[in-house]
Write a protein that binds this ligand. Structure first.
Ligand SMILES: [Zn+2]
Length: 475
């Protein structure tokens, strides 16, 4: 029955073996693409464009919070620089942004040991009025501790949140701690508090307070919210720990102004045979106001523009379109990202791969992803092209940053050269976020990692499959 014709069988076996070998070593990239990836990587390691861009943005524009004159100047800057670098289809996409003005803030301990401490209003905080707010203080660690207090414990009082964030390389400490900044005011107001003061979401021992957005809800009245630095929070905690009543006073002239028009700024390196597939490179153009937004997110802006500039300069012709999007107002409500999503609703599925840089100026220490698991071997191959940069191989739970969140939720795969965040929260959202925080060498290494991965992402010979698993929660 089984008539084994030897030559036929041997031939079949050879075919099967060849198929197996092909399956093990899929031709994801051509030899030319891999060689271009090496060239890009090496060129990036010696390229000064990214640093020059952060220098220019922080010097010529400076602070650029949503709705401010700096916001407008940043849009003009980005348009001009994208044109100068030779990007195609340079354009703006309008976004309506909230306009909140910080004003001045003061914070004082009146008793038991009177002293003033440097402070910043949290982004979006209401002001206190001319006379300020004075009251007895109640110290709690975090939202859980607040919720566990007996009824009436914070009524007509000022709540001090004392929890200190943990320093981590991947930002996990921030995710755990930041909820107090976002929701502390509403949680305390719901229990009758008149104002809150938080320990900055910070890993620094400097005296710079950190700002950042809060989120009021309609569940409670809007009460003022200030932040103080870690050393001042330690000192305030010691006053509470003395066992004596602590009396506090705060004053802030923060206020909301009418919404303004801002814009995302977009530029491209057009694709060739797969031009309708978009590899999107996101960073945000706005910054908080106390500093000049060098690490948040001037560095991200510079990295994404630097990648496109290098690819163009080497006259590489990507198969897919590489689209740099500098988003408006990430910091205070992701207005730009929402406007982009609304404007591209019909083309959301054309966004086949995303990269986002919004975590400082590097170096890149790991390559993570969020791709369809079948395509992990492609990521492995990209990782091998990054070998000289000595990265770690991360997991498949990358979430990208806030600006690509919407596209990610729609199933767009993410490749994430992870920026090292160990020291990021020493200066994030402070007056100390200046060019001095950007290490040119770390920035060049980051440029090399992004450029290599973006190029290969644009050249992949297969199709980037949509991601169907649920998006991992924000870290
Ligand atoms: Zn940012």
């Amino acid at each position: 029955m089984l008539n084994l014709n030897y030559p036929f069988f041997a031939g079949l076996l050879l075919t099967l073996c060849a198929a197996a070998t092909a399956a093990e070593k899929p031709q994801n990239f051509t030899r030319a693409d891999l060689s271009a990836a090496s060239t890009l990587r090496e060129r990036a390691l010696a390229d000064t464009t990214a640093f020059a861009l952060v220098e220019s943005l922080t010097t010529e524009v400076g602070p650029r919070p949503a709705g401010s004159p700096g916001d407008k100047a940043a849009v003009a800057w980005a348009l001009r620089e994208m044109q100068r670098l030779g990007f195609a289809n340079v354009r703006t996409l309008e976004a309506v942004v909230p306009h909140w003005e910080r004003g001045e803030a003061e914070f004082q301990v009146l008793s038991p040991y009177p002293q003033a401490m440097p402070t910043l209003a949290l982004g979006g905080s209401v002001g206190t009025g001319q006379s300020g707010i004075e009251g007895d203080g109640v110290m709690v660690k975090d939202l859980d501790a607040l919720a566990a207090l007996p009824p009436g414990a914070v009524k007509d009082k000022i709540v001090f949140f004392s929890n200190r964030m943990e320093r981590t390389r991947d930002g996990a400490g921030y995710g755990k701690a930041v909820v107090v900044r976002a929701s502390g005011a509403t949680a305390a107001a719901a229990l009758g508090a008149t104002a809150i003061v938080i320990r900055s979401i910070s890993t620094s021992d400097s005296r710079f307070p950190h700002t950042g957005a809060l989120r009021y809800t309609n569940a409670a009245p809007r009460i003022p919210a200030l932040a103080i630095s870690n050393p001042d929070a330690d000192a305030l905690a010691r006053q509470f720990e003395s066992g004596q009543p602590v009396r506090l006073k705060l004053k802030s002239s923060s206020r909301d102004l009418p919404a303004m028009r801002s814009a995302n700024v977009i530029g491209e390196i057009p694709g060739t045979d797969r031009a309708d597939e978009i590899v999107i490179l996101g960073a945000h153009l706005d910054s908080w106001d106390p500093g000049v937004g060098a690490i948040d997110d001037g560095a991200g802006v510079a990295l994404m523009m630097g990648v496109a500039k290098l690819i163009r300069e080497l006259d590489l012709k990507p198969r897919r379109t590489i689209r740099v999007v500098l988003f408006a107002n990430e910091e205070f409500g992701t207005s730009g990202s929402q406007a982009y999503l609304a404007a591209n609703e019909a083309e959301a599925s054309h966004h086949v791969l995303g990269f986002e840089a919004d975590f400082g100026a590097g170096p890149v220490w790991r390559l993570s992803s969020r791709v369809n698991p079948q395509q992990l071997p492609v990521v492995d191959q990209i990782f091998r092209a990054l070998a000289p940069l000595k990265l770690q191989r991360g997991d498949n739970e990358a979430r990208g940053g806030a600006d690509l969140d919407g596209l990610g939720k729609l199933g767009m795969p993410i490749l994430s050269p992870d920026l090292d965040g160990t020291n990021y929260f020493d200066v994030h959202h402070t007056a100390n976020d200046t060019l001095a925080q950007v290490d040119p060498q770390a920035l060049r290494q980051s440029l090399a990692a992004f450029a290599t991965a973006v190029w290969l992402g644009a050249q992949y010979s297969g199709s980037w499959e949509r991601v169907t698993t649920a998006k991992p929660p924000r870290r």
